[in-house]
Design a protein around this ligand. Structure first.
Ligand SMILES: [Zn+2]
Ligand SMILES: [Zn+2]
Length: 173
């Protein structure tokens, strides 16, 4: 099993290195960073000024993707899906692909002073959460489990980066 992180080029290498480090601590598997995930315009909805997450997932499931590979696209743009105003991320179990957005994870988005560490912690939790879905995990009722659904950032900040005792065995890693 390997995990490939596919950031768009506007995300700094430094941020990606931090995410890579923390994701590795959780999953203990090889992690690659492959830049160049920039063809986002196919998912753009001008009326909403947002990007349809499902479309981006489809574009990650290319023929080059290995069977045992999990791919997470990481973007700075705002994502939505058909029934929600916005989403932090989305994943597809069948294709083992996931997408997550940094757009709403920054304090500045809410008019607050920047907090780099908090931003990175949130990004790591959301990446691990979406990867959890690619292993077939569903949302968890444990508020501290990384698989708890984040309705808002308060949920993200409250949960840990780790899987709870019920979720972890389901990962089979
Ligand atoms: Zn989820
Ligand atoms: Zn759990």
């Amino acid at each position: 099993m390997k995990i490939t992180l596919r950031p768009s080029d506007d995300i700094s290498e430094e941020i990606m290195k931090e995410i890579e480090k923390q994701v590795k601590l959780v999953f203990h598997c090889p992690i690659a960073i492959k830049t160049g995930f920039n063809h986002l315009s196919l998912a753009y909805n001008a009326q909403r000024n947002q990007y349809l997450a499902t479309k981006l997932l489809e574009s990650l499931a290319t023929s080059e993707k290995r069977h045992d590979e999990k791919i997470v696209g990481i973007v700075e743009v705002d994502l939505y899906c058909s029934h929600l105003k916005f989403i932090f991320g989305e994943a597809d179990f069948n294709s083992s692909t996931a997408i997550m957005s940094l757009f709403r994870l920054k304090q500045e988005y809410y008019g607050l002073p920047a907090d780099r560490d908090l931003f990175i912690t949130r990004a790591c939790k959301e990446t691990v959460h979406e990867l959890g879905h690619t292993f077939g995990l569903q949302h968890c009722s444990d508020l501290r489990c990384v698989m708890h659904f984040s309705n808002s950032l308060a949920d993200t900040d409250w949960k840990e980066i780790y899987f709870c005792d019920k979720c972890r065995p389901k990962l089979r890693i």
